[in-house]
Design a protein around this ligand. Structure first.
Ligand code: URA
Length: 364
């Protein structure tokens, strides 16, 4: 059943609803959203259908535009005063059922005064409203989506913390994987690692994290310490995490290649192929609800792994867009982001990266 109910009046806020839907569609399934008339089949008792839909929703949005209060029918009667007005019937049901109601102000509308409302709608004015402004629509919509997520029982938002025993099992499984990697002499990067006295870099962080970040390959700093993202890219990563109040120990960070390749170059196909089962195993052990691809290589690995239709898409098109996927252990989200190194080459990308990292707040 639909989980977000959007109550709106076409003449008042149709354009704003369309714009909001574009944002909601990036985070929820079409079936999660119920938008009145379109979803009512011919012949059905509309009051019955509306009440059932309202009863089934987790969140009830009321879009209030500049004509919400005054919109009238052909006979000049104010719609809100009519007993069978859809907007009124829906809101009355939501109030009666004590739903989580979010008034959403659009087109510079203000929250109506209780004296201007039919008695049964007056309690609505005690609800805190959110505003979607024209100039900051994307940011305002983002805040609203965070609030909606918090109000909805979500599958992936907050993976319940496992018990201490499972945590220790996951930690031990990662250690065992590292031990296996240390001895992996068949790796195309094994000889180089031995010669340079480098460490493999399996990853760092919480073995039971809900969020796993996957970069490209360790650099010199990382291979010398055996820890991912400790050089200049790591500084950018930490800066981004700080903007959303996350620390390394809240997440797990790893790479597609778990050893440093010689020189600064793209991963070779045989290197990617060798380490892929290790990366798959890391995901299988941690079972995150969200996997973040840092850069195009991690993005194409994940799109292919989860068989998503976006395969072949460019990072410049897909960055910052959470995608739904199905892992063997349940529903997950993938979030492609630019690699943090992008900021080292182009400072103007810092704001883009910050904005994209904000998307992770949906899952914290
Ligand atoms: N770049 C990466 O992709 N990973 C690291 O660990 C460091 C830099």
């Amino acid at each position: 059943m639909s989980r977000i109910f959007i109550n709106y009046r076409r003449v008042d806020s149709e354009g704003h609803v369309g714009r909001l839907m574009d944002h909601l569609a990036q985070h929820f399934q079409p079936d999660d959203i119920f938008m009145d008339i379109e979803s009512i089949k011919p012949g059905e008792d509309f009051i019955d259908t509306i009440e059932k839909a309202v009863a089934a929703c987790d969140v009830f949005l009321i879009m209030i535009g500049p004509h919400w209060l005054t919109a009238a029918d052909e006979a000049g009667r104010r719609r809100l005063d009519l007993w069978d007005d859809f907007v009124r019937v829906e809101i009355t049901a939501a109030l009666k059922l004590n739903k989580k109601i979010f008034p959403v102000l659009v087109g510079r509308a203000a929250m109506p005064h209780p004296d201007h409302l039919p008695e049964e709608l007056r309690p609505l004015t005690r609800r805190q409203a959110t505003e979607l402004t024209h100039t900051r629509f994307a940011q305002d919509a983002q805040k609203l989506i965070v609030a909606i997520r918090e109000a909805m029982p979500s599958q992936t938002k907050r993976k319940p913390r496992t018990d201490a025993e499972t945590y220790l099992q996951k930690e031990a499984a990662l250690k065992a994987l590292r031990a296996q990697l240390i001895d992996a002499s068949e790796s195309p990067l094994f000889e180089f690692r031995q010669k340079m006295r480098y460490f493999p870099v399996i990853g760092e962080g919480n073995p039971d994290a809900n969020i796993v970040l996957i970069g490209e390959s360790p650099g010199k700093n990382e291979a010398e310490k055996g820890v991912p993202f400790v050089g200049p890219s790591g500084e950018v990563l930490d800066e981004m995490l700080a903007t959303i109040n996350l620390k390394r120990q809240d997440i797990f960070v790893t790479n597609l290649l778990l050893d440093r390749p010689p020189e600064k170059r793209d991963p070779l196909p045989e290197e990617l192929a060798f380490y892929a089962p290790y990366v798959d195993r890391i995901i299988e052990i941690i079972q995150p609800g969200v996997i973040v691809a840092l850069g195009r290589f991690a993005m194409s690995y994940l799109l292919k792994k989860y068989n998503l239709p976006e395969q072949g898409g460019k990072i410049s098109d897909l960055h910052g867009r959470p995608l739904r996927a199905t892992a063997p252990y349940g529903a997950i989200h993938l979030l492609p982001l630019y690699h943090p190194a992008v900021v080292l080459y182009s400072a103007t990308q810092r704001e883009t990266l910050k904005r994209d990292f904000q998307k992770l707040t949906l899952f914290i």
